[in-house]
Ligand binder design. Structure first.
Ligand code: CAA
Ligand code: NAP
Length: 247
């Protein structure tokens, strides 16, 4: 497999960690982009080293902040070279029924989960097109596809991720750059573990497979989408959700 340079946002979270590890196993150089307020970077790096992943390049930046993304991308390219594979993975929830949701909860989720795709993808997409090869993978959600009570902000942002993916895929289709989305179901990470226990239990009951996804089961799709042989797939959304929702 050709060695590429991959840039993963939210790299030190549950899914991000699995994606970084999958890319490293595939032989790619990995830039782990993390939130500037994340305090455990050194601990994370030590754990990665212990698990046999010693070569991650780390850059800090807030994906919701344009200026941060400009600086973070320049730092990444200076340390790792041109970026071939981008995974827009960073994300947050601020769950609340719409009647009680405030403007700050709406804005935080739209800025972090959707506007971030503009902020980060802008740094790399045209350069991928100029070089004639690129892979852009956007992490959406089953709840962007089906909608979820308590998540008007999140469902709107994650549906927006799919629209962004389909539009940019068309713009880059002749340039060797594919743009795809993954819509995971409920994955065992801290995002899901933050759901109230009784509510989470009732959600799991609705999943035909009766279990959460392992982060590795989502990261495997990133490996595939980043590969040369995925070159004919673009504008797609891969639904990986234990049977929770079919389109
Ligand atoms: N559909 C319709 N109405 C619902 C509902 C549902 N699924 N769930 C609750 N309601 C109603 C309740 O009956 C209640 O109605 P009344 O006021 O008339 O009694 C009202 O909404 C308030 O419900 P709660 O008591 O649950 O409200 P709360 O303020 O305690 O909690 C909440 C609201 C935080 C949104 C909580 O319901 C919740 O956590 N829900 C789960 C949301 C969810 O699935 N989040 C996923 C997070 S992980 C993730 O997002 C990753 C991913 O991509 C999959
Ligand atoms: P997670 O463990 O909470 O990871 C999210 C990561 O994003 C964290 O590392 C977080 O950093 C980072 N992040 C948040 N805001 C950021 C910002 N403004 N700038 C830079 N980084 C930021 O959750 P996860 O489950 O791995 O989520 C990864 C992605 O998968 C998200 O887009 C999520 O919406 C999506 N997803 C998750 C599930 C699921 O069930 N878990 C299902 C479908 C889709 P801090 O922790 O330091 O804030």
């Amino acid at each position: 497999m050709t060695q590429r340079v991959a840039f993963v946002t939210g790299a030190m979270g549950g899914l991000g960690t699995a994606i970084c590890q999958a890319f490293a196993r595939d032989g790619h150089k990995v830039v782990a982009a993390y939130h500037p307020q994340y305090d455990d970077k050194d601990k994370w790096l030590a754990e990665m080293k212990e698990a046999g992943f010693a070569d991650f390049v780390c850059v800090a930046g807030d994906v919701a902040n344009w200026d941060d993304c400009v600086r973070m991308a320049a730092e990444a390219e200076a340390q790792a070279g041109p970026i071939d594979i981008l995974v827009n993975n960073a994300g947050i929830t601020r769950d609340r029924m719409f009647a009680k949701m405030d403007k700050a909860q709406w804005d935080a989720v739209i800025d972090t989960n959707l506007t971030s795709l503009f902020n980060v993808t802008k740094q790399f997409a045209s350069k991928m097109a100029e070089r004639g090869w690129g892979r852009i993978i956007n992490i959406s959600s089953v709840n962007g596809v089906k909608g979820q009570a308590g998540q008007t902000n999140y469902s709107a942002a994650k549906a927006g991720v799919i629209g962004f993916t389909k539009a940019l895929a068309q713009e880059l289709a002749t340039k060797g750059v594919t743009v795809n989305a993954i819509a995971p179901g409920y994955v065992a990470t801290k995002m899901v573990m933050a759901i109230r226990e009784d509510i989470l239990k009732s959600i799991i009951e609705t999943i035909p497979m009766k279990r959460l996804a392992k982060p590795e089961e989502i990261a495997a799709a990133c490996s595939y989408l980043a590969s040369d042989l995925a070159g004919y797939m673009t504008g797609a959304t891969l639904n990986i959700n234990g049977g929770l929702h079919f389109q």
